[in-house]
Design a binder for this molecule. Structure first.
Ligand code: AMP
Length: 468
């Protein structure tokens, strides 16, 4: 298969998500609904909840936002003391109900359902192998591959089967599995995607991010460790080292853009604090004489605060976001994406009249957003100069571990120098945070994956070299 074809296929199968699970609470489904509500930023395409009362599993899922999908009546159809839920991110190709999770099946272990955040790098070859042996697939998601592997696993107990599968799959997975009598959480050996454990009202909860705990009033206990399998049942917690894990590869983009600023991830570090630090480093490394600094809301706000603090420039709002539209980045067609930026962000007229303005955003992917913004601030906002500062390094390579970056050709920084990008964006100056600057804002910087910025993929990528 040609590289391009392979890449298209990979991006079609992309899984970007938020997961939430609870064991030991009579209102498991309601609490899962709230957890998913707090994790909505991790996926807006569709959502689902699967609950269990110890005998029977119940599942409800649909396309759309969590609040649209789950009515009171629908939640009543999800009884039981245990539940898992999933928010799915929108993708270019696979936007359909059959890909919405959790996915449920009956196998030797009885009824089982699964919710997965991350991307497997060997899903295509495993799928081929399974199909060769007669497996029939209902969706094109990585997660169904995991389900089949569990069904085929030779181990005697559920735990043995899960360990076998966890060692067979490669890539990024923060995985929740619900069985009739237990909830199991498994995290890949590198810990690419976050996954935290908490406690609420005598029950255990597991979530992609701790903002889900805050909403329900749960207490954060710790992260599920990379390579750990945590079994939660009526006997409490049982932790097993499922996969050898000697190298961390936490996704640094979770800090830059993806996670919510009020969450604590990767060992309990506050996302907002790190983002502010990124802004500070940016101000140190790429000073420019200016009158005011403004954020691209919402994700650019914390780094702009850091930039303002460090540079001594006043912080102001020059752009307003309409919160009631989906994220522009996820729209499949280029024409819609351009429109998306317009309906999403608007300049506050004349606020920057005659001023030299620094705009801070977290990242440039295709350049679509930044180009519109520079134009808006110059024309509507009446700025004299527009300087763009990006609180991450140049995004030059696609992610194969669960962040929805487009193919290499669509990444503006993969094919253009910074000066060429500046010209394209029509900014007076443009600067990105350096990789060293990014590393210096992180505790234990060697524990992160920077592949989208340096093409050094810590786990490898699907089959052939798609970056070439
Ligand atoms: P673009 O217009 O393609 O350059 O996208 C850049 C904008 O998309 C920035 O404002 C980022 O905040 C945002 N962004 C970056 N990464 C993602 C992502 N994985 N999903 C959605 N939006 C993103």
């Amino acid at each position: 298969m040609h590289c391009r074809g392979l890449l298209d296929k990979i991006f079609e199968m992309r899984e970007e998500c938020g997961v939430f699970g609870i064991y030991g609470h009579p209102e498991a489904a309601n609490l899962t609904y709230l957890g998913l509500y707090a994790l909505q930023h991790r996926g807006q395409e569709g959502a689902g909840i699967c609950s269990c009362d110890g005998h029977t599993m119940y599942i409800e899922k649909a396309m759309g936002y969590v609040s649209e999908i789950f009515s009171e009546e629908r939640l009543k159809r999800l009884p039981g003391h245990a539940a898992i839920g999933h928010n799915r991110y929108s993708t270019a190709g696979g936007s359909m109900l059959k890909n919405v999770q959790p996915i449920m099946a009956n196998c030797m272990l009885g009824a089982l359902s699964l919710a997965h955040n991350g991307n497997l790098t060997n899903a295509a070859s495993l799928r081929k192998q399974l199909q060769h042996n007669g497996a029939i697939f209902q969706s094109n998601s990585d997660s169904e591959v995991i389900l089949h592997l569990i069904a085929h696993a030779r181990g005697g107990s559920s735990g043995e089967k899960f360990i076998e599968v966890a060692r067979e799959i490669e890539g990024a997975f923060s995985l929740l599995i619900l069985l009739e009598d237990e909830l199991v959480a498994i995290r890949d050996a590198f810990g690419v995607r976050p996954l935290s454990l908490g406690q609420f009202d005598g029950a255990y909860v597991v979530a992609s991010e701790t903002c889900a705990f805050d909403l329900i009033g749960a207490t954060y206990i710790r992260d599920i460790e990379p390579g750990e399998m945590l079994i939660i049942n009526q006997n409490g917690l049982h932790s097993v080292k499922a996969i050898d894990s000697n190298k961390r590869a936490y996704c640094v983009f979770e800090f830059i853009y993806f996670a919510r600023p009020d969450s604590k991830i990767f060992g309990g570090q506050n996302v907002h604090r790190i983002r502010k630090e990124l802004g500070r480093r940016l101000a140190i490394d790429s000073h420019v004489d200016a009158d005011v600094v403004i954020p691209v809301p919402d994700s650019g706000v914390p780094s702009t605060i850091g930039y303002a603090e460090q540079s001594g420039l006043p912080f102001d709002l020059g752009l307003v976001r309409n919160h009631y539209v989906g994220r522009t980045f996820i729209e499949p067609k280029s024409s819609i994406r351009h429109f998306g930026v317009k309906i999403k962000l608007n300049a506050i007229q004349h606020i920057n009249r005659g001023q030299r303005v620094v705009i801070v955003d977290d990242s440039i992917v295709r350049g679509t957003t930044s180009k519109k913004i520079v134009k808006m601030i110059r024309e509507l906002g009446k700025a004299k100069e527009v300087h763009l500062r990006i609180s991450s390094p140049c995004t030059i390579a696609p992610c194969f571990y669960g962040i929805n970056t487009p193919t290499r050709n669509e990444l503006i920084a993969a094919t253009h120098q910074v000066e060429e990008i500046r010209k394209y964006l029509t900014a007076d100056s443009l600067a990105y945070l350096s990789i060293e600057g990014l590393r210096s804002a992180l505790p234990n910087p060697d524990d992160y994956c920077y592949a989208c910025f340096n093409r050094e993929y810590p786990i490898g990528f699907p089959q052939e070299d798609p970056t070439s």
